[in-house]
Design a protein around this ligand. Structure first.
Ligand code: FAD
Length: 310
């Protein structure tokens, strides 16, 4: 068995595995897709000390650094179940969808998350070509341009407020007949001169010229009319879904499905830690995920030196 076994090969899982391996303990990492969400990212300009990189380049750098530390890396394998230790300090099991099983004294869960998408034509085709999901990441790329934000919940309204300070104009599109964000956010939004809010609007297509986004088509749900907006970018803010379906009923999850952790990355299960976008830690960013991965790994090491092996 492993001393530490990490699930996930994104920024959080990579950091966790490197920190564990550097303690000289037997470390493994299982990931469906090494690199995680970073692989789907184009420009990254907010990873502190790396002024500019691209997703695939950062993913390759993570993989290379993990490769320098004698970590047993298993990729293209999905973990489908976590089996808690039979007794305190016992081995935690992981069942792989491919049929295998792995065991470790401590497990660090870093399965990340995925953005909920609208599922309309053009959304996938123009991803990273005007369709964006993260205002902190991609907002500055739309300086002086016209963008829409899809979604009138807290994250959509926060994104619209954030973007209004950078871009020329923001149109916030909400499906329902009113915004669902907190009143204080809605008041702030209403005070901004360069924001328009459209409610009862069902986005039907992201429009483009083959290279970039040029607009958005939507159906007005009040009169059924089809309308379009000319735009340079569309920020989709309809939810971030943690990849934790397989953990339901085994570790404590928040109502949004995020793994609940304490400040040291400890989950509700002894010997099981978690880090990154899959957890209830606020602000889902690469630099945050890396720090959280390091923290969970140090906490796992503290656990291992205190709990005798059974
Ligand atoms: P992830 O990166 O999601 O990695 C999860 C890992 O777990 C993957 O290896 C996955 O294959 C694996 N996995 C999941 N489930 C299982 C399972 N059951 N079994 C085995 N393996 C599993 N952040 C920034 O800081 N700056 C940016 O510019 C930026 N741009 C972004 C642009 C886009 C388009 C997206 C989608 C995100 C962006 N982010 C950005 C956010 C950033 O990518 C995430 O915060 C970060 O990747 C989270 O790291 P993580 O390790 O927690 O999870």
């Amino acid at each position: 068995p492993f001393e530490v076994l990490v699930v996930g090969g994104g920024p959080a899982g990579s950091a966790a595995a490197i920190y564990a391996a550097r303690k000289g303990i037997r470390t493994g990492l299982v990931a469906e897709r090494f690199g995680g969400q970073v692989l789907d990212t184009l420009a990254i300009e907010n990873l502190i000390s790396v002024p500019h990189t691209e997703g695939p380049r950062l993913a390759a750098a993570l993989e290379a650094q993990v490769g320098e530390h004698g970590i047993d890396v298993v990729t293209a394998q999905r973990v489908e179940a976590l089996i808690p230790a039979a007794e305190p300090g016992g081995l935690v099991g992981l069942r792989l969808a491919g049929g295998g099983a792995l065991r470790a004294r401590a497990v660090i869960l870093a399965p990340g998350a995925r953005w909920r998408t609208m599922g309309v034509p053009g959304e996938e085709a123009y991803r990273n070509k005007g369709v964006a999901f993260c205002p902190h990441c991609d907002g500055p790329l739309f300086k002086g341009k016209r963008v829409a934000v899809i979604g009138g919940g807290n994250s959509g309204v926060e994104a619209a407020i954030d973007l209004a300070g950078i871009v020329a104009h923001v149109t916030l599109i909400e499906f329902d007949d009113r915004l669902r964000a907190d009143a204080v956010l809605q008041a702030k939004l209403a005070s901004l001169a360069n924001v328009t809010v459209i409610v009862s609007a069902q986005t039907s297509e992201v429009l483009g010229d083959g290279a970039r986004v040029t607009g958005l088509a939507y159906r007005d749900r009040r009169d059924g009319a089809a309308r379009t907006l000319a735009l340079d970018g569309v920020f989709v803010q309809i939810g971030l879904v943690p990849n934790t379906e397989w953990l339901k009923g085994v570790v404590a999850l928040s109502p949004r499905g995020e793994i609940e952790i304490d400040p040291r990355g400890q989950t509700s299960l002894s010997g099981v830690f978690a880090a990154g976008d899959a957890t209830n830690v606020p602000y889902k960013q690469i630099v945050v995920a890396m720090g959280e991965g390091a923290k969970a790994s140090l906490a796992a090491f503290d656990y291992l030196i205190r709990v005798p092996a059974t």
